[in-house]
Design a protein around this ligand. Structure first.
Ligand code: SAH
Length: 461
């Protein structure tokens, strides 16, 4: 992050604008929304800036800039059409440790002004660091469309009752739960509709109710999908943003973890290099302990929690201890890989059934019903099958599948690192080795794999 976002209190801020053309006028307009004292210095002054001066909104010095103009200023915007002068002012300001912005000249900006969604007291500022203005405008439009127009009213409402909520609830967590309830429910709705009086009545009733402070520990078992954050469900995202604590493992991508509430404690229980993962019973106990202590715990798992995710075992322990829970399904790796590699798992001309199997090696063998798997017209997806690839190929051929059966391997499906290779039982091991296929990888076996060539819609594989 090259630019650090902050919101400045402008109450005692002195700000100088050098130049008084239309570009400078736009900066002055922006500054006029704040409480900063604004001085403009320029020999030629456009009508807009003249008008501001006449109305007493700014101090106008109608002459060329001199270094002495910087004295007592904390911030300066430079907007003259003379690039040498702009550079000089920039250098002088930097030397005096005054924050400087040369308009439309990012290299000469110590700070940049973000794109703003203004719903005072709520202000949303976004920036692309000056590199992608069109993308920024697009994102801002999106924000404008999802944030209620009068969210500012909600801000004022919250401010009005902050003190009483603080007095009513001692702990930060209790206060957060209370506010979340208010903001997600009909009280907020009434505020947004402009029904301040109704909202206030409901609010005070809720505030004075006796049971609001009850402990609400709960576990959300959430499927995080195969990697691409866009494949999260809305519900997963909502609960991730409510969490006090997140327990996650190796398959959860960093991009997805970014979406968890920032203040939530994050506990990693996956395998680190050359280390064992936290034993399952310890994870189960951790979930119980944290939930009983009143936390909202998100147990975040790659893919779907009920498909080779041991989610069931964790829930059984929760039931034993009377801990409440919810389960949120995720897109399992097989679905993600199939979609992003253009390999339909069923197809009327190729496969009438699909089986998800584990290719996990135990004592150098894989204990599966090979006869049941090696069926014509069936797609088989192997999870955890990378090290067992040779055995998988051998067993399927031994149980009747042709040596020429198409087979695909999809590494890091749905992420930007996705890699897809295809072959047959004869050559896939060599191809996987040549391509350096690494975990996490999925193996797809069956005639549907032949469709990859035609249906592959991602240019990266
Ligand atoms: N619950 C998970 C599966 C966990 S088992 C789910 O529903 O997807 C772990 C195995 O899943 C890995 O060994 C690998 O075979 C597969 N896997 C998980 N994410 C993957 C990904 N992004 N690409 C390819 N395979 C993946």
């Amino acid at each position: 992050m090259q630019y650090f976002p902050i919101f400045l209190d402008t109450t005692d801020l002195n700000c100088l604008v050098v130049g008084a053309g239309e570009v400078a006028a736009r900066k002055v307009e922006l500054l006029l929304k704040t409480s900063a004292s604004i001085t403009v210095v320029a020999p030629i002054v456009c009508d807009t800036v003249q008008a501001f001066a006449k109305e007493g909104k700014i101090k106008l010095i109608n002459r060329a800039y001199g270094e002495a103009d910087l004295s007592n200023q904390q911030m300066v915007f430079v907007a003259t059409d003379n690039s040498e002068l702009n550079t000089l002012i920039h250098d002088q300001a930097r030397a005096q440790k005054i924050l400087v912005n040369v308009v439309d000249n990012t290299p000469l900006c110590q700070f940049i002004t973000p794109s703003i969604v203004d719903r005072a007291p709520i202000t949303i500022a976004i920036s692309s660091g000056g590199v992608a203005p069109v993308l920024l405008r697009y994102l801002r439009q999106k924000l404008e469309s999802v944030i209620p127009h009068n969210v500012g009213l909600l801000g004022q409402f919250s401010n009005k009752f902050r003190g009483s909520v603080k007095r009513r609830f001692k702990s930060v967590t209790e206060r957060r739960y209370f506010w979340e309830d208010v903001l997600e429910g009909d009280i907020a709705e009434s505020v947004l509709q402009g029904n301040a009086q109704v909202a206030q009545q409901k609010f005070l009733t809720k505030l004075n109710a006796t049971d609001t402070a009850k402990t609400r520990g709960e576990v959300y078992l959430v499927g995080a999908g195969p990697g691409d954050p866009d494949l999260l469900t809305f519900k997963a995202l909502r609960l991730m943003q409510k969490a006090d604590l997140v327990v996650y493992d190796r398959l959860v991508s960093p991009e997805i973890l970014e979406l968890v509430r920032r203040d939530a404690e994050k506990i990693y229980v996956g395998k680190a290099k050359s280390k064992h993962s936290v034993p399952q019973n310890e994870i189960n106990d951790l979930l119980v302990k944290k939930a009983l202590a009143g936390n909202r715990v998100v147990r975040l798992k790659g893919g779907d929690p009920f498909i080779f995710g041991r989610g069931g075992e964790e829930l059984e322990t929760l039931v034993e201890h009377g801990v409440r829970f919810q389960v949120v399904p995720g897109i399992t790796a097989a679905n993600g890989a199939a979609s992003y590699a253009g390999i339909p798992l069923t197809h009327r001309d190729h496969a009438k059934s699909v089986v998800f199997a584990t290719g996990h090696l135990q004592d150098n063998s894989i204990n599966l019903n090979w006869q049941g798997l090696a069926q014509p017209d069936q797609t088989i997806v192997f999870y955890m099958g990378l090290t067992g690839l040779a055995i998988i190929c051998e067993q399927l051929v031994k149980h009747g599948l042709a040596n020429t059966t198409p087979i695909a391997m999809v590494q890091s499906a749905t992420t930007t690192h996705q890699k897809v290779i295809t072959g047959t039982f004869k050559d896939i091991q060599q191809k996987a080795e040549d391509a350096g296929i690494k975990p996490p990888a999925l193996i797809i076996v069956g005639s549907v794999v032949s469709l990859h060539k035609k249906l592959n819609w991602r240019s990266d594989s």
